[in-house]
Ligand binder design. Structure first.
Ligand code: ACM
Length: 558
């Protein structure tokens, strides 16, 4: 039996002895910077298992009762593989954001140590998983073990679409908890799109007064107030997650045009009056025009407001995708100028793969998303062609056809890639396997974009990030791995969680573990025991028949 830890640690060895962790065992934080980590661990463990552990700051004398001890130390960590990629918070993987850590479990208790507070936090996350897996009668018996670990990639993310469906801050906090459990460290918020604008720009009040009124179809609108963003950023930081804002430009900008029609450029496709239908009801060509001075005044106002609300992010995601109908030169001009404006504000740019069609510097990140084989099969499909108005189709096909050149262009320009291929980590795909719970089958039929072939949990792990894109053959070319959850078919929190869990565990595995192609059967053995925590947290997770029946049964309440 492998130890039930995801992502799979680099070193896992069983050792002598065992220890029972139960209410009252002290968590000892050696050093003031570990106080918050110890408190976080105790609170998360209580939520995952019900076990209540007090946090103390005094060491336990040798021969004293068993304890969980957290310490800053690099002892025994030197042999771990170095981390590749870049951090969303701009910190260094070899210095202040070194995540290497180790755990030792024996009859004296558990010792967790690492190079930094963040490293120790990752170690306590491993410990949480072990305790969840062994939970029985309100306590957990751990076998002796030694674990040492470090991440493969520095950027391990989830992109969350809050434009097509607005999710409350409470829902976003639940998503941050899910990310944190699987050692993901970036929440990329897709804050603007055709269907809604979700972030306050005080100098442009209509963006939220008008642009946040609705969402896709008749779903309720909404936006995050300044204090709500501040609270989300802080909540994420306590879990060592960086929130990266995306303002999608120059395409996907209909919500901005509805708020400020003088920005120009909104050309609805199809037939029927746009006003009567509401934001996002018609496909639109809605690209911001780099030739208009008022567009640049607008972009500067937006960047100023957004950058001040996300101070921990070294990056601003500028979108750049699917600027359908825009001439290539105009798109490139737009992208180059936005990157410059972001840089002038002390930040770096990340954008969807289409930004590689512009001249970019090597410090810009390019987010690869269009798996070529899948893009071809989707655009050729009946479902896709019937979903898109006839006059829009050629424009769309032409834009998508250019996608195969994006990754080579990004690499030629020295840019690193975020690996986000549709066929592996777009989590808004229908689930392929049936649910073990008949009550979930209605949701399984409804949730997930029908243009995508359904995906199994297995498909989410049996691949390797550097094999995902043509021309990529080294971790050195990669910034990290990021999943995406788009909102077209997501009507509420339960729909969202149903797509995310347990797929996010697989994303953590691919972004962190030195794995090659993970073996599904071995992964499933490690994954299944975690269901106890998902149930205790009340997450609406997909009870896939790919998992053992003992795990997918609904827990008896009480
Ligand atoms: C994307 O899926 N339009 C990046």
């Amino acid at each position: 039996m492998p130890l039930p830890v995801i992502p799979r640690p680099a070193v896992m060895e069983l050792a002598d002895g065992s220890v029972i962790v139960a209410d009252g065992m002290p968590v000892v934080a050696l050093g003031p910077i570990l106080g918050p980590v110890a408190q976080r661990f105790a609170a998360d463990l209580r939520a995952d298992t019900g076990i209540e552990l007090p946090v103390v700051t005094e060491g336990i004398a040798p021969g004293g009762p068993p304890a969980i001890t957290l310490a800053i130390s690099e002892g025994g960590l030197a042999g771990l593989a170095p981390t590749s990629g870049v951090r969303a918070d701009g910190r260094s993987v070899t210095e202040d954001a070194d995540e290497r850590h180790a755990l030792e479990i024996d009859a004296d208790g558990v010792r967790v140590w690492g190079a930094t507070a963040e490293a120790v936090f990752r170690g306590t996350t491993t410990l949480r998983q072990l305790l969840v897996a062994q939970l029985e009668g309100g306590r957990a018996e751990l076998r002796g073990a030694r674990i040492a670990d470090s991440p493969r990639f520095a950027w391990r993310g989830l992109s969350l679409d809050v434009a097509r469906t607005f999710h409350s801050p409470e829902t976003v906090r639940r998503v941050i908890d899910m990310c944190s459990l699987y050692k993901l460290n970036v929440l990329h918020l897709h804050l603007t799109d055709d269907q809604g604008w979700r972030v306050e720009v005080p100098s442009r009040p209509l963006l939220t007064e008008v642009g946040a009124r609705g969402a896709l179809g008749d779903r309720p609108g909404g936006f995050y107030r300044l204090h709500e963003i501040a609270a989300l950023v802080a909540y994420a930081a306590e879990r060592f997650v960086t929130v990266v804002p995306e303002i999608d430009m120059p395409g996907h900008a209909s919500a901005a045009f509805h708020a400020y029609p003088e920005l120009g450029g909104l050309t609805p496709m199809g037939s029927g009056p746009l006003e009567a239908e509401g934001i996002g009801s018609l496909p639109a060509i809605s690209n911001l025009d780099p030739g208009r001075p008022e567009v640049w005044a607008f972009v500067e106002d937006v960047l100023d407001a957004v950058i001040s609300q996300f101070p921990a992010s070294a990056y601003v995601h500028i979108g750049g995708d699917e600027a359908f109908g825009m001439p290539d030169t105009a798109h490139a001009t737009f992208v180059e100028k936005v990157i410059e404006l972001v840089r002038a504000r002390g930040r770096l740019a990340v954008g969807w793969q289409e930004i590689a069609r512009a001249a970019i510097d090597g410090d810009v990140l390019v987010q690869y998303w269009m798996d070529p084989a899948e893009t071809e099969s989707i655009t050729g499909s009946e479902a896709f062609q019937s979903a898109v108005p006839a006059e829009f189709l050629p424009i769309l096909l032409e834009a998508l056809a250019k996608s195969t050149e994006d990754v080579p262009r990004a690499l030629e320009q020295g840019a690193k890639l975020l690996i986000s291929p549709t066929n592996r980590v777009y989590l808004d795909r229908p689930h392929a396997a049936p649910s073990a719970d008949p009550a979930q089958e209605e949701r399984r039929r409804r949730v997930g974009l029908p243009v995508y072939p359904p995906a199994s949990l297995r498909q989410g792990v049996e691949w390797d990030p550097i094999d995902a894109a043509l021309g990529v053959d080294s971790d050195e070319q990669v910034a990290g791995v990021e999943a995406a959850a788009w909102g077209e078919t997501v009507t509420d929190r339960d729909d969202l969680e149903f797509l995310l869990m347990p797929r996010l565990a697989g994303v953590g595995e691919k972004a962190w573990a030195i794995s090659g192609a993970t073996d599904w059967d071995e992964f499933a053995l490690r994954l299944a025991p975690h269901a106890t925590a998902w149930d205790r947290r009340g997450w609406e997770w997909f009870r896939s028949q790919e998992l053992p029946a003992a795990v997918t049964a609904r827990p008896v309440s009480g």
